[in-house]
Design a protein around this ligand. Structure first.
Ligand code: KMH
Ligand code: ZN
Length: 271
């Protein structure tokens, strides 16, 4: 079998958590950059990035993305993937704003859904506008798939040329309102992809570990991080993003999947 190094993405902060939920949540540019550095040193090659403002609230302000990017870049050339999802309710222009900094990658969520008690709105117009901004800035999209129907939207958008032919896919499983993180759901989604399509899985909460293990065995890639899961195991908070990455690295070793270097990840994704 051809060697298929494992690309580990770390989602270091997200938009939903507060320090009340998780006391070690990185929120300042310095804390976010340090947490990203720890994750990359542990084996992550992609950092999925949200940022927070001075009040620790989720923000899409360009200057904060710029500052965090500068701080991360002082120490690592990891693949930087900006969130265009932001937080639920973030207006469309703000969601697109950081793209002008031309990160390596950016997310593109493929449909509207219930998101816990809220609605994560991604109308046709929203998705097309974000997709256009992604393409205009020469950024590679990662398509965020929270539910099976979103795969149909991917096909439709591809046919209409709204998204470029080259993209990465992230199955985000376990959001209340989307598909759960049962393994059968991962298999169903993965089977719907074209051969050779790169994909990763982000399991929320208790789904993070079993989905990671299965993705490694299935030849996919893995996303972990505090954005998706604050626990190392039931009842025990994770110490850091790095700790979650380190566990994936150990499991990959046991399963004979070499962990991708940043350069290998860039090559595999065609960045
Ligand atoms: N915070 C969620 C509403 C993304 O990063 O693009 C959306 C999200 C997806 O986290
Ligand atoms: Zn995110």
């Amino acid at each position: 079998m051809a060697i298929n190094p494992l690309i580990i993405t770390c989602a270091v902060v997200g938009a939903e958590l507060t320090k009340e939920d998780y006391p070690y949540l990185p929120t300042t540019p310095k804390e976010i950059a340090e947490s990203a550095r720890g994750a990359v040193e542990a084996g992550a090659s992609i950092i999925h990035l949200h940022v927070r403002d001075e009040q620790e609230k989720p923000s899409q302000r360009v200057e904060i993305f710029g500052e965090v990017t500068k701080k991360i870049r002082r120490h690592c050339e990891c693949v930087l993937q900006y969130s265009t999802g932001g937080a639920v309710g973030t207006p469309l222009d703000k969601r697109c704003a950081p793209l002008k900094l031309k990160p390596d990658m950016a997310t593109l969520s493929m449909g509207t859904m219930n998101f816990g008690p809220d609605i994560f709105e991604n109308t046709e117009k929203t998705m097309r506008t974000i997709a256009e901004a992604i393409q205009e800035n020469g950024v590679m999209p990662e398509l965020e798939i929270f539910d099976y129907g979103m795969m149909e939207t991917v096909d439709r958008f591809l046919k209409k040329g709204f998204i470029p032919e080259k993209f990465h896919v992230d199955f985000v499983l376990g959001v209340p309102g989307g598909m759960s993180g049962e393994i059968k759901n991962l298999i169903l989604l993965k089977d719907r992809l074209s051969p050779g399509q790169t994909w990763t899985v982000a399991g929320l909460g208790r789904f993070q570990l079993p989905l990671s293990v299965h993705a490694i065995a299935m030849g996919g890639h893995v996303r972990v991080g505090i954005e998706d899961n604050i626990y190392y195991r039931k009842g025990e908070l994770a110490k850091s993003n790095a700790q979650l990455v380190e566990r994936v690295v150990r499991i990959a070793k046991e399963l004979d999947r070499p962990v991708a270097t940043v350069q290998q990840a860039r090559d595999m994704l065609g960045l």
